[in-house]
Design a protein. Sequence first.
Length: 193
Amino acid sequence: MQGRLGACPLLLKAMQATLFNLFATFFRIGLFTFGGGYAMIPLLERDIVEHAGWLKRDEFTDLLALSQSAPGVFAVNMAVFTGYRLRGVGGALAASVGCSLPSVVIILLIALFFRQFRHIELVNNIFMGLRPVVVALIAVPVFNVAKSAKLGWGTLWIPLLSALLIVFVGVSPIYVIIVAGIAGFVYGKLKRS
C-alpha cells in the first residue's frame, strides 16, 4: 500500500485536501482579498500550488482561465473549480462557502456601521492606502500567469492585442475569449496534422 501511494504524490496531497482544509484555506484567502477576485490570485497560488501542493502550476493556470471564462464571480468560480477538482461536489461547496463567507460578513458589518464612520479622515486614508496595494496584487499574478503560460516574444502579442482591443476599441471580453478559444483549437488541429 505504501509503495502504491508513494508512487503518486499528487494523490497523497489531494487526500490532505479535506473539506475543512478547503473551507479554511478559501476562508482565509477570502478574508484577506481586497479589490476583487484578481487580488486573490497570489494568495491562491501560494496556498494551493506552493504550500499545499494540491494543484500543479499548469493546472492552476488552466483553472484561472476556466474561472475567468465562466459566468459569475471570478473568486467564487476559482473556489468552485478548485474544490471540485480536489474533492468533488462537497469540495466545491466547502471552498465556495469559505471564499464567500468573509465578504458577506464584512459587507454586513460595513453596511451597519459605515454611515457612522465614512466622514472620519482616518477611514478615508485607510481606503486611499489600500488602492495602490490592490493594483500591485493584480499586477503580480499577471506576470506569474505569463511565466507559467510560457509566453515568449513570439506569443506576447496575443495578450497585448487582446488588452488593446478591450481597453481602446471597446471589444467585449466575451468575444475575445471566444475568438481566442477558437483560434487555439484551430492552431492545435493544424499543429497535429
